[in-house]
Write a protein that binds this ligand. Sequence first.
Ligand SMILES: Cc1cc2nc3c(=O)[nH]c(=O)nc-3n(C[C@H](O)[C@H](O)[C@H](O)COP(=O)(O)OP(=O)(O)OC[C@H]3O[C@@H](n4cnc5c(N)ncnc54)[C@H](O)[C@@H]3O)c2cc1C
Length: 557
Amino acid sequence: MPALLFLTTRPSPLPHVLYLALLPLHKWISRIVVFQSLLHTILYTVYYARIGALAKLKKLANIWGILAMLLFIMIAVTSLPRIRRVNFQLFYFVHYAATWLSVVMLQYHARPNMNMISTFNIILLLGQIIYRLWNTRLSTISVIPVSPAISVVEFPLADLSKKPILPSGHVRMNNYHNFWLKRWFYHLIPLQHPFTIASLPNESMVRLIVRTGKFPLKTNSKYYITGALEPKVDFMSKSGSRDNNRLLPFQSATPMLLLSPLSFNINAKRVFMVVGGSAISFGLPMLRILNFNGVTVKLIWVTRDHRDMKILNVFKNNYNGLEIFVTGTLGAEQDLQIDYVDYGPDPLGLPHPELQEPVPQALPSSSDYNPETTLTSSSYPKYGSISTDKSAFSSDLDHSQKHNEDEFDFTNVYSATNTLKRKKSEPKLFGPPSPFHKDEAFRKPKVIIPPNDENYKSDVESLEDDDMKLTIPAGVKLVFGRPQLSNLDYQWCLQKECSLPSEVDDCCVMNSDVNITHVDDLANVWVVAAGPKGLVESTKRWATDGGLHFHEESFSV
Ligand SMILES: Cc1cc2nc3c(=O)[nH]c(=O)nc-3n(C[C@H](O)[C@H](O)[C@H](O)COP(=O)(O)OP(=O)(O)OC[C@H]3O[C@@H](n4cnc5c(N)ncnc54)[C@H](O)[C@@H]3O)c2cc1C
């Protein structure tokens, strides 16, 4: 039991371990404990039956044991994924209440006594409550609705008991109840909701991007906020002195930059991130920090509704490297996926003939406009499963232009007549033909029609005026449809940075160190995934199949 409880402590006292990473171990030890207890109960019952002493089961000490066994079974049943996902509150309350009760009951059941173990159990459970109360503050929040699915929650950084150090940490939120008894009950059984901090650690307001759910968030209401809890990202750290050897060739090491609150020690040259839905809260601060520190970064955001993109206008970051895939409003956020088929021939394209001979060529993606980047393989304009025709709806922004914002106009798409037509007929495109072609950059407001086919299915029939024109910041690429991880992404991960800028403007000198092997290249690349479980799992398989480092931030427990 103490090991079981120790693994649930938040934050984990173990160094460099996020408490969530210990949950699989907690689950397995729990299964063993429940199985052992069941075996213990069955064997004793059979033994008593054989010697004709079943009446012994009615002894008070044994009744405590049987009750504890029933509580274990309740915990096991309510923890089943089906029940846990449908009714998280039930799972949580049963888990907490049954744990406390079973700790007490086992103390009365055990012979010889288990005073030592019970003391450890109580210390761990009470320690959790004390630590949580110590790190919890009351704050009044503001809620800014962004789209039907997403809101931004704001509160002052000063209200946090622990200031965040790294980007993309999280806080845990809980209702503040006016009735004191209810308040204390929820301190004992704390149904807290974890939300990632989407603002930067140095910003005076903490901002969260929250998916609309059952947890009620009201402007000007009080909430208990615990944290911040730091993420454990292996390639990023913050320390007083920066290791200059790790700086990339084009990174500036001026004291001003090194002293900047956005300066971090980053042990990666390229970071490829995939996030789904509200997990953009994890991706945005990472994108900002990685861009600032000179890391080449690509952030793929898979979301259901094009209106979620309005979040970009709230944050006003440097969005270099952001690529958005809008998949359609049918289905739930938890079903968001990224395709990766690893059983077909050569899914990562290795060995790939193009990889043998470097052919300098620029990807149209915004993140590759780094003048010091040279590709080691031929590159392609679009992602896997989106065919060239369909990708006509994507928009790559031309960095040579001066304006930094573009606008999508959805007016015609969702106009009353258009909607009626669409309902009556087969899925088909209506309205003026799309102004976008594969390589066309655009600057002025244009009409874009989301394809009403298998790539983008929407159950939204009409939109508010405000939702028809979306302003998309520069550096962002937009595709309607579901992305697929492919060898093109793998090639992007293996592109090399120049060691030195060349005297010729449009060229650079590749790293000539012959000792640098393929494995060294892989060691400098990180793949990060956050959000729905399916999306995180596919990305993990893709990254590990290709020998790339992988970091995950699953939003489901
Ligand atoms: C580390 C981490 C960071 C997260 N960051 C964000 C974020 O930035 N934005 C965002 O919208 N969501 C985030 N989530 C998910 C978010 O915490 C849940 O979606 C939210 O708590 C659901 O509340 P609900 O009452 O609507 O849930 P319900 O409708 O009751 O349950 C829906 C699902 O949400 C999950 N969930 C519910 N309560 C909790 C809880 N207390 N702890 C963990 N999971 C829970 C369960 O998987 C459950 O199946 C994060 C989760 C984790 C673990």
